[in-house]
Design a protein around this ligand. Structure first.
Ligand SMILES: C[S@@+](CC[C@H](N)C(=O)[O-])C[C@H]1O[C@@H](n2cnc3c(N)ncnc32)[C@H](O)[C@@H]1O
Length: 208
């Protein structure tokens, strides 16, 4: 694909003002927010699957959560986890500033690997993974337990800054993400694709 076409597609979505503000806050806090094209894909996935119960690992300052909420049905609830209280505070403010009532979000401060085991089995329609990259395999193990049959698993950064696609790059995080992508691709329980949007959005549906 020509770089101009690529850039056109990446810049195609219109970013709502409240999400732009959350993205800027995320950048300030060092909680790298999803790019608008990734966010728009999250909205579409949430809308296409009418995801009412969503878990997010890595709230940041709320960008990805706002994109998800945008696509979810009006009575949908986003459960979002972040280890940094300051990030979670910023995310909460972002949801309120965008007009979402508090009952639409459940914000949890804590380590994802401590929080996830407390969430119910087969109770969620969609799980977004955007936390600490080396922990992705452990998040996935939990996510597959949380998802209902037919539910959607989404992992951001699965191309990891152009590193995953280059076999010569073998640092620890890259290898973890590369191996995980292939493992999910080959998992018979899942229907999987790696969308080359933003930094790579691996999307998988748990077969019913
Ligand atoms: C890439 S940022 C998430 C950005 C967010 N999804 C967005 O679009 O605005 C990663 C987030 O994961 C959080 N995080 C890192 N390690 C974590 C852990 N072990 N448990 C939960 N959250 C973690 C960080 O504090 C950070 O806010």
């Amino acid at each position: 694909m020509r770089p101009t076409t690529w850039a056109y597609a990446e810049e195609f979505p219109t970013e709502p003002e409240a999400i732009e503000a959350a993205r800027r806050r995320g950048d300030e806090l060092g909680a790298t927010p999803v790019a608008p094209a990734v966010g728009a894909a999250l909205s579409v996935l949430a809308a296409a699957t009418a995801a009412r119960a969503v878990v997010e690992i890595g709230s940041g300052a709320g960008s990805s959560g706002l994109w998800l909420l945008r696509g979810m049905p009006r009575d949908g609830v986003l459960t979002t986890i972040d280890i940094e209280p300051e990030h979670q505070r910023a995310a909460k403010q972002a949801y309120a500033a965008a007009g979402y009532p508090p009952q639409r979000t459940r914000t949890i401060v804590g380590s994802a690997l401590a929080v996830l085991p407390r969430l119910a089995d087969r109770a969620y329609d969609l799980v977004l993974v955007d936390g600490h990259k080396p922990e992705y395999p452990a998040y996935v193990e939990q996510a597959l337990r949380l998802l209902r049959p037919g539910g959607t698993l989404v992992l951001d950064n699965m191309l990891w800054h152009d590193r995953v696609g280059d076999p010569a790059v073998r640092d620890e995080t890259t290898v973890v993400l590369r191996d995980l992508g292939k493992q999910l691709r080959d998992d018979e329980r899942l229907v999987t694709t790696l969308l080359p949007v933003g930094d790579g959005l691996l999307t998988a549906v748990l077969r019913g």
